[in-house]
Design a protein around this ligand. Sequence first.
Ligand SMILES: Nc1ncnc2c1ncn2[C@@H]1O[C@H](COP(=O)(O)OP(=O)(O)OP(=O)(O)O)[C@@H](O)[C@H]1O
Length: 710
Amino acid sequence: MEAETEKANLKAAEDANGSEEENETTDFKDVVIEESQVGVYRVLVATVKGGFDLYKQFGFVYSALPLLHRLLADVYNQDRVLFTLYIVSRFWGSVENALLMQMSSDLLRTIETGLINREPFLNEVLQSLALRAVCGAVVSFLSWWSERLGTRLKIRVTRHFELYLMKVQLNLDVPTSLDTSSKVSASADSGWDAFSKIIEFLMTVVTALSHLAVIFNAARVSGDPMFLVVCLAKPLFLQSFNRQLWDKACYAFVNNVDYIRMAALKSLSGSEYREDVLNGNLGNWIINEYDKSRQKLGDVDDTYPFFMYERRNNPFHDMFSRILEDLPIMYCGLSAVFNPSRFTISSIAIFQQSSQTLRWTLIEIFTHSDQFRRDVAAIKTLYQASEIKNSVVGGKLAYPVVSEKGVSPPGMGFELRNINFAYPGSKSIEKALISINLKIRAGNVVVIVGGNGSGKSTLLRILSRMYDPSSGEFLIDGNLAKDYTLADLRRATTILSQENKLYPLSLGENIGLGCVESITDMDMVRDAAVMGGAEKVIAKLADGYDTVLDPMIATDSINIPGSDNHPLKQIMNKLDKKINVSGGERQRIVAARSFMRMRSKTIKFVAVDEPSSALDAEGELQLFNQLLEAREGKTLIFVTHRFGHLTKFADMILCMKDGRVAETGRHEELMLLNGEYAKLYKIQADAFNDSPADLSLDSSEVDSLEDANQ
Ligand SMILES: Nc1ncnc2c1ncn2[C@@H]1O[C@H](COP(=O)(O)OP(=O)(O)OP(=O)(O)O)[C@@H](O)[C@H]1O
């Protein structure tokens, strides 16, 4: 049943998207950009050719219905009772005014008739007043209630969309999440915002209709349908000669060169440039130049461009608008003079009051019709978030492939055939990886070395399927990598890198999350902490494994006094006190998480990308040794700049240069090659010697370098 609803929702969204797109295309064709200069600004205003088009508006509302339906269903499902009560109270709120007006009209009519006929009318008046009082009380209660209901519903709806967007974000792979075009631009608030504004809009329509009904009724009683037309005159005029900007897409930019120069010179007086300005003794020059530009600029206005734009209305517009405002009362007055039998004082009062409210609601509908469009677009963006397609996709093949005997090797084997890779959206003209051909046997220890930007980390990202190669074939254990289920591959891989962050959770959880299934197994967590070299760091913290290093505590304050002795300041200082550890200590905790993950039975590939930059020499050695010890047949691929500890254990060293694999082999072989690897090795070894590097090596030097490095 749920699946069916989901399908129907998706279909509805697709339909809405389709028709919306069509609409958007037609709308853009109709958009005209009006340019004008106001003060120092160039103002561009997008207006739709032909102005307000009722037919088009209806068409748009109709095409947006599936999307609105989906949103309403989502809100309704958060709390059906709350939703219903909220809608009922809002509906009541929108017709209350017309109802009260109708009652006032009845009351006035009773009084007027009583006065004219000199008949007692106390009972009728009392009844009418009582009804009005009850109605007023109900209205006040409902508006108070609606506000509370609205707040509760808002919390639920916002949290619902927060969860929805979190699911979307958590599903994105690395390239897709970095790709700005597919980034989730919707926020959880936009769901409620769009819902509440649309309800607001619909209720304004209901208000207008209810006032229309009151006027229609009064016009019917007085037998003058022209009155309706008179009431509609002002909103129609304002809509046709609209110079207001609040419902239009506008863009303004400063294009006055003197003003731009003044802004630049003014910025030089800020603290950011203080040292440079003092250094160059630029003070006088800045003041003189500023003064010159100021003189040239003269009185050109630089106030808020959109205010200035609206102020450009000519006086006749305002005068005519004012006359139209009074048109209903003028019409009533004249009609009463020429046709006194048709009008009573009470009906004139009702006409005047209703027409005023109707005008305002109609103006609101016209001006908010564009907002309605934006709300629908916001809902569309929100629901489209779940349709973002990941660029790294998996297949159906389960990993690992088990042999007939029901076993699989403990490591992961790789083969790369003519792999090329360029980062999506990268402006670099060079590819990050070029023609990589390579085989890594399951269970091997591989070390990748090379200069900055040579492609080491990128190669690791391809191997761990964070990115897909742009071309070439990538095989894992003999099958195309893209044929395996992605979730299975992720379960079989652990990556330890400098990029790994501590989560704003307890240190115990930070480590335990390496293996979610065993997160509560504190013995395992402690073991992992020991292996990562983090046990001493944690032991010195008062709350030990319960310590949260970067808690997400939001605070707010106003008018806090400067003095540290103020009691409030003392409480604040206590709360603000951060528990911090050094960069290297953080790396140890992150490493502990990886050891925890390595304990998970599913891991077959350990990718390590220079996690030791902030570690001291002892910490680094300990980490390397622990990784080698804990690996138990898993494939270990290590990216490093430091030669020595690992290179001598490596089954294979990959030396990268400019996105290519320059050399492969064991340490001794590469030293004998006397190529790129030997050059890099010698530079490091030379750092420990006094004499400058001689980059050519002969075989007798190799042995002594090896000793030096060890
Ligand atoms: N996210 C990215 N988007 C675009 N280009 C990138 C991205 N990451 C890396 N590159 C580029 O790809 C190339 C290879 O980078 P990579 O990080 O693999 O090099 P590296 O050998 O690991 O370098 P280092 O030793 O400095 O860490 C570089 O030219 C780099 O600028």
